[in-house]
Ligand binder design. Sequence first.
Ligand code: ZN
Length: 71
Amino acid sequence: MKKYRMNKNTLNNPNGNNEVHEETCHYFNTMNSFEELGYHANCQSAVLEAKRKGYPKADGCKICSLACHRG
Ligand SMILES: [Zn+2]
């Protein structure tokens, strides 16, 4: 299981998406405003959790969660 966080700040994303990062990502500890998503087996599960928390534009980071990156 890996720990995931979602960036609440969408200003740096060209599509206004809330990027989801795993704990090994270089961005994980650099976010000023984030939502804790807890531990997940994969990024699909983490993105689903972010959407469940009310962020329909949650999307995997293209560096750490490429399999979940849509745009
Ligand atoms: Zn990342």
